[in-house]
Ligand binder design. Sequence first.
Ligand code: BV8
Length: 248
Amino acid sequence: MKRPGRVLILTGAGVSAESGIPTFRDADGLWEGHRVEDVATPSAWLRDPATVWRFYTLRRQALLSVEPNAAHRALARLQAEGPPSLLVSQNVDDLHQRAGSEAVLSMHGQLRSLRCEASGRCEDRMADEDLDEHRFVSCSCCATASRMRPDIVWFGERPLGMDTIAGWIDALRPGDLCLVVGTSGHVHPAAGIATQARRSGATTVLVNLDAPLNVDDFDEVHLGPAGAVLPPLVEDWLRSWSEDAGTV
Ligand code: BV8
């Protein structure tokens, strides 16, 4: 593959699977018997905030005991040594950032932070050991000390950074690269990014454990665990691109 001008990367739950974070399909989309789509919604937060709060607080606590894996590190290397890139993640963990990726857009929000329901102001609460799954948290930004919600994009809510993503897709040219890693292609608008990138002329490459719903959107498909597939793939790309540039 010739050196691309830009690289747009999209990741899903599969890139964090080898860090020990279960994917949504692994659990058949269930958490303690609840369908994720029934817990990760504004109506669930209104109807049963305690269950939703517990769902996210337990997942935030689980983040404290996991580390980035070889897939996160390979993507961080691609971003550091390769062409200009943006990494759009559907994941709400912080493993790309902890692996050293800098240009990361967490389109579905982040477990790390909480959002004031009144002002919309976010606070990073990852370090708070005393966040427990049975007690809501009030903000410190309003006189009324409003309740804080998980800083997560729920089903039916507009994903974050849509304008930035659309701008990147519009700027893609033939020969650019759209790399998609570890996603089943179930959730929109994320699942449409590869199709749109291809329409812009970019080469679309998939790394996934098995063929997702949108496998036909890809010019190149590498099936296997991202932690095993990505490091040699990134190595090969960087080597051939540096040879193209005449620098070895
Ligand atoms: C929107 C945060 C409008 C929550 C998430 C009715 C009402 C409203 C909207 C809809 C509706 N019906 C449909 C929709 C659209 C809806 C949608 O797509 N629903 C689906 C279920 C059909 N989308 C929305 O609601 C979105 N918002 O549409 O607003 C709008 C849009 C644009 C502009 C203006 C307005 C919001 C969607 C965001 C929801 N929030 N996350 C939380 O995390 O708790 S989505 C959540 O599920 C995850 O973040 C993730 O994105 C998704 C799961 O997908 P994947 O990441 O792909 O994970 P999955 O487990 O499915 O697959 C893992 C893959 O990895 C597998 O293929 C597996 O083979 C592979 N794998 C496993 N191990 C490895 C591996 N690959 C490599 N290596 C391995 N080791």
